[in-house]
Ligand binder design. Structure first.
Ligand code: SF4
Ligand code: SF4
Length: 101
């Protein structure tokens, strides 16, 4: 009955992440009115071995911004992409070059 939708598909393309924190700023501002990455529902996982960050979304409190995710809009690198869908999901896709075995 709500006017906004919490459905859709958030695709995480971790290999595209540059660690810029725009997604965290956007999420925290949308949720709290403050630009404060510690308040963001997007966490950045840092792989010290690969020296690489990748976004992790805390699913319990994320409401997909009512169908227009601020994190996806803020990510100009394509690491967080939103697609309309009749189901709700957050999918992690590592992608990138892989060696076949
Ligand atoms: S997911 Fe996108 S906006 Fe967030 S830190 Fe990575 S590159 Fe930046
Ligand atoms: S979709 Fe979720 S993680 Fe992304 S900005 Fe909105 S509340 Fe934050």
């Amino acid at each position: 009955m709500g006017a906004h939708s919490t459905q859709g598909r958030l695709l995480i393309h971790a290999e595209e992440c540059r660690g810029c924190r725009s997604c965290q700023l956007a999420c925290s501002f949308t949720k709290t009115g403050e630009y404060n990455p510690s308040q963001s529902l997007v966490k950045l996982h840092r792989d010290l071995t690969l020296e690489k960050t990748s976004p992790l979304i805390l699913p319990l409190h994320c409401d997909f911004c009512g169908g227009d995710p601020a994190c996806a809009r803020a990510c100009t690198y394509g690491a967080i992409v939103f697609e309309p869908s009749s189901e709700r999901s957050i999918e992690y896709r590592q992608g990138g070059p892989r060696e076949s075995d």
